[in-house]
Design a protein around this ligand. Sequence first.
Ligand code: FAD
Length: 471
Amino acid sequence: MVDVLVIGGGNSALCAAIMAREAGASVLLLESAPKEWRGGNSVHTRNLRCMHEGPQDVLLGTYSEDEYWQDLYKVTAGKTDEHLARLAIRESSTCRAWMMKHGVRFQAPLSGTLHLSRTNAFFMGGGKALVNAYYRSAEKLGVEIRYNSPVESLELKDGDFVAAHTQTGKIEAKTCVVASGGFESNLEWLREAWGQNERGEYPSDNFLIRGTQFNKGVLLKNLLDQGVDSIGEPTQAHMVAIDARAPLYDGGICTRIDCVSLGIVVNRDGERFYDEGEDFWPKRYAIWGRLVAKQPGQVAYSVIDSKALGRFMPPVFPGNKADTLEELAKQMNVPVETFLQTIRDYNQACQAGKFDHTTLDDCHTLGLQPAKTHWALRIDEGPFYAYMVKPGVTFTYLGLKTDQNASVFFDGKRSTNLFVSGEMMAGNILGQGYTAGIGMAIGTAFGRIAGTQAAHVALDQVTHSVEKSYS
Ligand SMILES: Cc1cc2nc3c(=O)[nH]c(=O)nc-3n(C[C@H](O)[C@H](O)[C@H](O)COP(=O)(O)OP(=O)(O)OC[C@H]3O[C@@H](n4cnc5c(N)ncnc54)[C@H](O)[C@@H]3O)c2cc1C
């Protein structure tokens, strides 16, 4: 019987598998995807948000634990477990040496509207290269990897793991780490969670999934059915406004529309509905999918004028382009007069200030509802551009309740040998909102903890309190 069974094949599962193997356990990793699609959402990532007390190779300045915590507290509006959050934050300051040991390389930050050069370390070659490096390292260490191996259910006894059931049979192990993602790719579950709105629409029918098609939440559902303690709400998720022409799955990073804070966003009725300049884009981009999900038809348009060009990462598909706003409205298929009135109201409300996209500048609107609180420049220089966006689900937050040992709980009782990491428990730290790069920080921290704990239990070693080993 194998010591540690790891279920999932993304960043968090790989961190768990490698740590468990390094601790001396035999490890089997089951990835539902075929080899060419391995790696889950992690292959789409670009960076990791890192605490650092001073400049470190690719990271500039300092980003203290408290600043990181305050950023997280703000974006989640306090819906976060401070203890677990601080654990992930602290881990992010030390995990990179271990990552590099396993072949991950970092590069200097990209420029653009994400304002991330101080806070986030970028992966050379992106998440795909990171995942490939971890697979290489795991194989070298002797982790057994099986692709095309979706686990259908877990067999439990009194909250303890007994075996995983797959189409080809039952796999027993002394301990198990579940790191099989959220349920974002399960369209039926999304429909059930979001239901029907007051307009009679099923909003999720218009959602696109930014990442893997393999995160169907099968084990999440199975464990919920078996009475696991859960965390988070089913409609809470990292959701980005992405190009409406993106594919249903795996469109990845290049379908994001990053000019929201440089212009205005209108719905299909031609009306604004939220403050586009509320905060820096990395702290706000992940709420726009949700905002668009609440609009009629679940579509919206990010509108800019020529002044914005060159200030954001250009989208992969060209947008609508017109010399006049009237012509643009016709191309967008929104009511022309309402749209023009929205632009007139906005332009009149813009106060003169000193535009600076790298700070929370003083360019704001006055007397407009909703206000635009920063980077509010008049939309008056043609040609004008519009990008139609739809909600793009990155990952869902409903997950398993956990603690500093990455343990799974049933009725408040800790399982002795079942652990969880990654998206499947990110909702403990992300009750809502998001700040760029924290998904990988949580997945790396808790993957490493889960793997270590699973190995210790399997090898019958005394489990340390994570407080001691990871402080
Ligand atoms: C487009 C995009 C860009 C992103 N960019 C960033 C970024 O730059 N920085 C950042 O921090 N975060 C980013 N994220 C979020 C990040 O991807 C996740 O937070 C992180 O990858 C989660 O890792 P994970 O291992 O938990 O899940 P995943 O990487 O999704 O892995 C889950 C794995 O479980 C497997 N699986 C699912 N069900 C089963 C089953 N029943 N049996 C066996 N295996 C199963 C899947 O095939 C997959 O391999 C991005 C996400 C997307 C989609």
